[in-house]
Design a protein around this ligand. Structure first.
Ligand code: NAD
Length: 363
């Protein structure tokens, strides 16, 4: 019986994954009049957690992803839920986006290439995956003509090397130092322009470093991989004094739900919120946490020295902490500090690695 159910699930997941649009098990189709949530990048790290949370709240969710970085494993455990619709679509060359957007009330736009380091070698990727994809989404909204609420995952990198830390939402001028940050700022500008010109309200969120299960990029993931490969020495990019804010994925999703919920009820055309924890920690502290969690507390650190004043790479903002005053004025505050978030994330990644080794599901 168990075996049969497994086969049935595999077939359903396969069908969903291969169909351009799959309307769910009972074939109800995309709701034309019901409230629908669209999550672009919904098979990615943050997107899959947000999808889970929205489904738990009873919302109908369309997950759109081209699976360039997202994984079916991230959402596989959700695919039996009749409220979910999975669409495989590349937002750079959209085919069904117009229809999907028309059928959605609230759009969480998370699809992007999230790798800051890529900027040195591949600015075109940021232009296409981030700016072009966002432009295509905005055009789909404009052409649809009906009122939409857009929640956009921007980034703390839009601030560049801010002179004021913790950095507030009204800080300026915004001078990103990576092409990733530049692409996010360009998206913000496009969204603002469309918001004032067309039938759209937009909430821009600027998250700090988000960490936790299903993440496949960033410093904690790098350190886990490096320590596994060489448990005697850990190479650390930069001078070790880079200091940043880390937020646990559970706090991030709660913050999104809280602020997006409040924004949806309001009437403001556009608003911006930082999404981060209340403190920051150094990359050396992160190394210490990860090596402790992996049972290698005495590992030797080898610092590369870094570029331009000790950053990890060109485009790496050395000191980043976001002011969370505006977020907290809404009555919400993060549960975890940066250190707690990093520790929880390292533990989750270790569990995932162990499950991957066993061949059991990682979600
Ligand atoms: N993780 C962080 O620390 C962090 C911090 C600040 C901002 N953000 C932003 O939050 C969003 C989600 O980040 P994440 O860490 O979950 O990254 P992720 O790579 O796990 O998720 C992004 C998803 O978008 C999909 N995607 C990329 N290009 C696409 C395209 N052209 N069409 C359709 N789907 C596409 C990918 O397959 C992936 O599933 C991104 O916009 C990222 O820039 C992330």
């Amino acid at each position: 019986m168990m075996f049969l159910r497994q086969i049935l699930n595999t077939v359903l997941v396969y069908e969903r994954f291969n169909d351009t649009i799959n309307h769910g098990r009972n074939g109800e189709g995309i709701e034309m009049n019901g409230r629908m949530m669209l999550i672009t990048g919904g098979a990615g790290f943050i997107g899959s957690h947000l999808t889970e949370r929205l489904l738990n709240e009873g919302h109908k969710v369309t997950v759109l992803d081209n699976f360039s970085n997202g994984k079916i494993e991230n959402i596989q455990h959700l695919l039996d839920n009749p409220l979910i619709t999975l669409v495989k679509e590349d937002m750079k060359k959209p085919k069904k986006l117009g229809q999907i957007v028309n059928d959605s009330d609230m759009i969480f736009h998370l699809a992007a290439n999230p790798e800051v380091k890529l900027g040195e070698t591949g600015p075109k990727t940021h232009f296409e995956e981030n700016i072009l994809a966002t432009f295509n989404l905005l055009e789909a909204i404009r052409k649809g003509g009906t009122a939409k609420t857009l929640v956009f995952a921007s980034s703390s990198t839009v601030y560049g090397e801010a002179r004021l830390v913790p950095t507030r939402e009204d800080y300026g001028p915004l001078m990103p130092i990576s092409t990733y940050g530049a692409s996010k700022l360009a998206c913000e500008a496009l969204i603002a322009g469309y918001t004032y010109t067309f039938n759209l309200r937009a909430l821009i969120l600027r998250p700090a470093n988000i960490v936790g299960s299903r993440s496949n990029h960033g410093v904690i993931v790098d350190f886990v991989k490096k320590i596994k490969a060489n448990p005697r020495q850990l190479g650390i990019l930069g001078d070790g004094h880079q200091e940043k804010s880390y937020m646990h994925i559970s706090d991030c999703v709660e913050a999104i739900m809280h602020v997006a919920g409040a924004f949806a009820k309001g009437t403001q055309k556009i608003d911006i919120y930082n999404v981060g924890s209340e403190d920051k920690i150094t990359v050396t502290q992160i190394a210490k946490i990860v090596s402790e969690v992996m049972g290698k507390p005495n590992i030797k650190y080898a610092f590369t020295g870094g570029v331009e004043g000790g950053g990890g790479w060109k485009g790496d903002v050395k000191i980043m902490q976001l002011s969370t005053d505006k977020l907290q004025r809404t009555g919400w505050k993060p549960k975890y500090s940066s250190e707690q978030a990093a520790r929880l994330a390292a533990k989750a990644l270790m569990r995932e690695n162990a499950r991957a080794k066993d061949g059991t599901n990682t979600a």
